[in-house]
Each structure stands twice: as C-alpha cells, then as structure tokens.
Design a protein around this ligand. Structure first.
Ligand code: PZK
Length: 305
C-alpha cells in the first residue's frame, strides 16, 4: 500500500472527492463523505511548508460547536466527529478531532457570504460603486466599519483563484429566486447568531462564508465548515480600528513575520520558525477557548471516547 507523505496513508484507501489547500473530502461509498482538516496554513494564498499543530482540530471543533448551536436555524451535514465512526481501514490516532463524517448533499453553486463589516472585496466594491452585490449602502462608510445591518453577498465558486461577488440576479439565475431568498434568510440568521457569540468572546466576526446544499428530500442543509477562521474574518475586538485592514485573530503573527522575511509571496514560502508556529498555535487555541468556553482537550476527549 503506497503511503502519501503528510497524509498518513489514508488517502490511498478512500476516494478523494474534493481537495482544498487545507481540507480534503473523501467518498465513503454510501451517501456519506469524510472531511479531513489538516494542520496546513496558508497566507497570501500560498500554503506554508510548516504546519500548525492542532489547527485542524480547532477548525473541526469550532465547526462542530456552531453546528450544534444552530440546528434551530438550519439542519447541517454533520453526522459524527468521533474517531470510532471513521471507517476502520482509514482510522488513525492522528486523525482524532479533525474528521467529520457528513451527509452527502447537492451543493448550491454559490458561496453564501454574509458581511457585518466593510473589509476585503466588500470594502473595495463599496468604495468603487457605493454598493455591494446590489445592496446600496449609506454614503461615507469607512474601511472596517460596522454595517447598519449584515448583508448577504453571494459569490461564485472559483476552482482556481478567488471567488467573485455576483449580483442577486446572477445568483437567482444559478439557484432560483425562491432558493436564493431561503439561502439569504438562513445565512443572515446564522451570521447574527455567530457574530453575537463571537462579540461576547471579544472577537469581531467581520464576515463569513457558508455553503448550503439540499438533502435527498430537497431541504436546505448547512454543509462544509462553519464560522472558522479559515472561512471568516475574525478580528480581535481590542484591535479594531477604522480606515485599516484589521489584523486577523489567527494569522497576524504569521503575516507580520512573513512581511519582515522579505518573501515576495510567490511559492515556495519559507519554513516558519518555532516561535511563529507556537504563537500562531496559541492564537487558535485561544480562539477555540474563548468561543466554546472549553479547552481543546475537551473536544479531543469527546471525539475519542
Ligand atoms: C462538498 N465541498 C467544498 C472543497 C473541502 C470542501 N456534504 C457535502 N456533500 C457534497 N459535497 C460536499 C459536501 C460538504 N461539505 C463540499 N466540496 C464538496 C470543499 C474542498 C475541500 F473540505
């Protein structure tokens, strides 16, 4: 059996369905999939050659936390994050806490983005056009400013490169007007819930991206990961400042070091020094603790007992 370096060999025994920079989805043969979140980290769209221990567990534990808290808003695809539910032929102690067995869905061909603050492409579109995805916004808003109300700004799914914001009409052409209205209501409700919880934890949830799909009965179901630092902008509340691009809660340590390293953002990225790995890891562990109220050990215990 060939072993795949860095994948512990499991990839050789289950069919790969989709692979991102950080996560992989495998087919379990029935109507279930296995999502595995690695400890890889990217910056400036490049995956670092050095991993952040426990990052995959933090992201998986956070998704499971939000899934459990939001079943009253929308059902989700998570069936089990327990290691015992990973098929025996691919089970490995190293996977504990970073796997999710999920229901297969028919994914909508749009990214469901919700923004509560003006950052990234939302800020650029507002500055250039006074509107974001058809939402006319008040004049005079500043970069990183909180919006009067969160807005739903769907985007296309790009296989390579960046997702592109689309208009409501384009989104309606892709999924139908009825489904789009449902997806918007669900996404905004999820954002409002998570943003309030994050605020209480000293974290601003500036924006976040959801993926919705339909189950066999045609109902909308929340898929993918949910409200993680990889699918969202998490800002430390005490560092929030207008007219800036606030530091991300998790990656600022890494970015600051990369900025000082002279690296020009073309691959390969440099190996990260131990203090950058430790500092970044501590930020993930802190985000997990602040949001869930538990140490990560509790999550690993939950997945292994
Ligand atoms: C599915 N992605 C995105 C890409 C990843 C994830 N429950 C589901 N049913 C069917 N398809 C998907 C899901 C989920 N989640 C999601 N691609 C397919 C994606 C790359 C890596 F982890």
């Amino acid at each position: 059996m060939p072993r795949f370096p860095g994948r512990g060999g499991y990839a050789a025994r289950v069919q790969l369905v989709a692979q991102g920079k950080v996560r992989e989805i495998h087919d379990l043969g029935d109507d279930r999939l296995l999502m595995v979140t690695s400890d890889r980290i990217s910056a400036y769209d490049v995956v670092m050659p050095t991993t952040i221990p426990d990052k995959g567990r933090v992201l998986t534990g956070l998704s499971a936390h939000w899934f459990a808290e939001t079943t009253g808003i929308v059902p989700n695809h998570l069936l089990s994050a327990r290691l015992a539910d990973v098929p025996a032929e691919v089970r490995d102690a190293d996977l504990a806490g970073r796997t999710m067995v999920v229901r297969r869905l028919e994914m909508l061909p749009i990214e469901c983005v919700v923004r509560g603050y003006l950052a990234g492409s939302g800020w650029r579109d507002y500055r250039d056009a006074g509107a974001v995805c058809g939402h006319r916004l008040p004049a005079g808003l500043r970069q990183a400013e909180r919006l009067p109300e969160p807005i739903f700004t769907p985007a296309t799914k790009a296989k390579e490169g960046h997702d592109e914001n689309i208009t409501r009409d384009q989104a309606a052409d892709l999924v139908g007007g009825e489904v789009l209205a449902q997806a918007e209501a669900i996404s905004v409700a999820l954002y409002r819930h998570a943003a309030a919880r994050c605020a209480a934890a000293g974290i601003i949830l500036a924006d976040t991206k959801f993926e919705l799909g339909r189950d066999a009965a045609g109902r909308l179901v929340l898929g993918d990961e949910a409200v993680t630092p990889d699918s969202s902008r998490f800002w430390p509340a005490d560092r929030h400042a207008l007219d800036t691009s606030p530091p991300s809660f998790d990656k600022q340590y890494l970015r600051d070091w990369l900025d000082g390293s002279g690296w020009d953002h073309t691959p390969p990225a440099p190996e990260l020094p131990a203090e950058v790995v430790t500092g970044t890891r501590n930020r993930y562990l802190e985000a997990y603790r602040r949001i869930t109220g538990n140490d990560l050990d509790v999550w690993i215990q939950e997945c292994t007992t």
